[in-house]
Design a protein around this ligand. Sequence first.
Ligand code: DON
Length: 562
Amino acid sequence: MFRSIRCLILLMGLCMAGPLAADPPPHGVATPHPLATEAALEILARGGNAFDAAVAVGAVLAVVEPYGSGLGGGGFWLLHEGETGRQIMVDARERAPLAARSDMFMDDEGEVNRDRVMNGPLAAAIPGTPDAVDHIARKYGALPLSVLLEPSIRLAREGFPVDPIYHRLTSFRRDTLREWPEAAAVFLDGGEVPEEGFVIRQPDLALTLERLAESGRDGFYRGPVAERLIQAMDEAGGIWTEEDLSSYQVVEREPVTFGYRGMRVVSAPPPSSGGIALAQALQVLAHVDPDAGDDAARVHHQVEAMRLAYHDRARYLGDTDFVPVPVERLTDPHYAAGLAATIHPRRARPSDQLPGVTDVPGGEDTTHFSIIDARGNRVSATLSLNYPFGSGFMPAGTGVVLNNHMDDFTAAPGAPNAYGLMQSMANRIEPGKRMLSSMSPTFLEMDGRIAALGTPGGSRIITMVMLAALEFHKGADAERLASLPRFHHQYLPDHIEHEPDALDDDLKTSLQAKGHALEARSRPWGNLQVVIVEPDGRFEAAADPRGVGTASSESRSLAPCQ
Ligand code: DON
């Protein structure tokens, strides 16, 4: 009898996602920061669904990873509603200000002014994250935004300790932060990089989050916060207007969906290049027997598929609200079959033998988390300020450090961006346009297994997700997907970049013999967060061992009730 009552309570606790539940119901959560994972568990335990937890996590990451994402940035939130099976990409990508012009970063000598496109007010586009958290909470959440923002407000006010990643990225951007006194006062310690353990408090950000909690999107895009943003912009030589802020809206878009050898892949549509590039690369690889040949043959084909996908990325992609992009053609399996036929099985194709791009007319920064709840709701979200601490510019009295996503546009024909990406005039700056992204929050489905995954990493995001997808296809578990060694090719520059230990000496020699140039990076890259649901309903979650993130998974167990 005792056993069955206990069993009932246990079952009720597991099934009820009500506010009385002390422990979170079954879930899988993987985030890049322990405090964000804790916030997700708190919200799930209070009766929130995966969408609520995602809003809370996004807001906490804005506080504890101020270098990676935040209210001053944007991103892509891929959602799956358990009840309806509907999949939605909430596009919260930043938009160019309405006063932006295609040549705004060119200097008198006709060169791109790299400082202006990376640092300070002109580098910042109109943020999307504040609208995204309001939109997702209102439309998909079960709890009010005011509850979901509690953990972030608490952490902004009470502070969080500096960890090794904060220390490293602040060292990297120290000089830019020093140029902006508001940012320096919050993120540095007397103008110096704070030691590990130093507590970062953000009272102004707490107030801004409170306004968002009270008034939703209007708490950011209108009223006192908006006024401060515009005033600071005006004083610092920026070009934002009230209309830029009040007219900003997230857009719900249909994700890019395609198949790879029995696996369904759901990923980011334009203005991200992620879904299209993944569709091309994986559908090209579908024409190569994955078990034929040795490791060198496998890596060779994967690299050639990457090269072709990034080549088309460079030629065709931009914001589909502004330019025609042949999405259907680029994601068509027949098109991939044609591309696959051009790959030489044993020789690298020099990128300069592909049609040029300039003649076509006209790691840790950024963040990702994955959450799946017991009702089958899924979120895979990649959010960003672009470079660590974005533009470094923090309008006085807001606590919000602004992105430098203007650099993801094509600043001039043939001019690569900070990630070395060549892009066409389809991605040139236009007023109100969204800049091309590589962010690729993704869902994978194969034989009843489901994964939600993604990672930061600039141009390397797509290849990280691609390598993880190929491994998921082979049945790999969450830990393996997160820790997988990484290599990358992006058409230009024409070399295979690889993590220090990703390729062994024999493999390197064989790849060089096929004509590939190799470029070892001094550090590993990426911070992949993945949640998997097994066909029996078991949750698995893993945070990339390269970062400081944590994963939590709790599966429904009926064992005591048998
Ligand atoms: O949207 C993009 O593609 C980039 N701005 C993302 C930047 C990023 O992932 C930086 N992380 N290391």
